[in-house]
Design a protein around this ligand. Structure first.
Ligand SMILES: Cc1cc2c(cc1C)N(C[C@H](O)[C@H](O)[C@H](O)COP(=O)(O)O)c1[nH]c(=O)[nH]c(=O)c1N2
Length: 247
């Protein structure tokens, strides 16, 4: 028998509880166009941050920190950083894809009243971390788990989150005073929204479709046929887009 107290509940959640959990998962969206300027309720924010803080982490090292960016001046500086990075990013696409990219809204830095920069301190708890001994990147993954918890909890609180990664770390370091040894994992925009879309914005706007689940699940080993099918589906989707844009 373990000395540790264990939850008395070994059962699945009740149907209602399961429905609520899956609702948060399926109704979560990356938001950039629908932010309202209304403030984020402090109690909701605390619950969301606490949910993030209860994410799994390698060796229980809890490498994350959350920098709350309320200052409009700082958000303006970050938005300028996005604009510069986005201009450079645009050049990586060509032809119709570039035109399509330019029409997408890929951030809500100024519209959302709050930014949250999630960081990872790889030195937290010392140089040797249980579970990170062979794969050093595990601390980053732990911080990403915190992001996902935050994102789901925000959805349950009726708040939208948008992840902005078209940003140089340098801009966030300078604007937020983040030391070199602290890694930048995510810059998130958080706020109340006018609506949550049913499907991802990139799907709705014809950028990419959702891949069928059955192609993502492999039985007893890697199945190359599934990868081929995925590639074919994607190629066909892009050909169709080309044809449509040529009309
Ligand atoms: C690591 C990472 C980084 C980014 C994103 C996500 C993740 C996980 N996403 C959001 C992304 O486009 C979105 O999650 C997918 O399109 C799926 O949509 P839903 O999140 O289901 O609404 C995103 N979106 C955006 O408009 N600008 C961005 O810079 C990024 N960056």
């Amino acid at each position: 028998m373990s000395d540790f107290a264990v939850s008395s509940e070994a059962e699945a959640f009740s149907l209602q509880e399961r429905e609520a959990l899956y609702k948060a998962i399926f109704a979560r969206r990356d938001v950039r166009s629908q932010f309202l300027s209304k403030p984020v309720p402090e109690e909701s924010l605390q619950r969301i941050l606490d949910a993030a803080h209860h994410a799994p982490s390698v060796g229980f090292m809890q490498p994350w920190d959350f920098i709350l960016v309320r200052s409009e001046a700082k958000r303006r500086a970050i938005k300028q950083g996005f604009d510069a990075a986005n201009a450079r990013s645009t050049e990586q696409f060509s032809g119709e894809r570039r035109l399509h990219y330019q029409r997408l809204k890929l951030e809500g830095i100024l519209e959302a009243p709050l930014g949250i920069c999630v960081t990872c301190d790889p030195s937290r708890t010392g140089p040797v971390v249980l579970g990170r001994t062979i794969k050093p990147e595990m601390d980053n993954y732990s911080a990403v788990c915190a992001v996902q918890n935050l994102w789901l909890a925000a959805r349950a609180e009726g708040l939208g989150v948008g992840w902005v990664s078209i940003l140089d770390d340098k801009v966030l370091r300078e604007t937020l005073g983040i030391p070199e040894e602290i890694r930048i994992i995510a810059y998130l925009c958080l706020g109340r929204v006018s609506a949550f879309n049913d499907t991802p914005e990139l799907e709705r706007k014809g950028w990419l479709p959702r891949r069928p689940l059955e192609l993502a699940v492999h039985e007893d080993g890697w199945q190359a046929a599934q990868q081929r099918q995925t590639d074919e589906l994607l190629a066909e989707f892009l050909r169709q887009r080309e044809r449509q844009s040529g009309k």
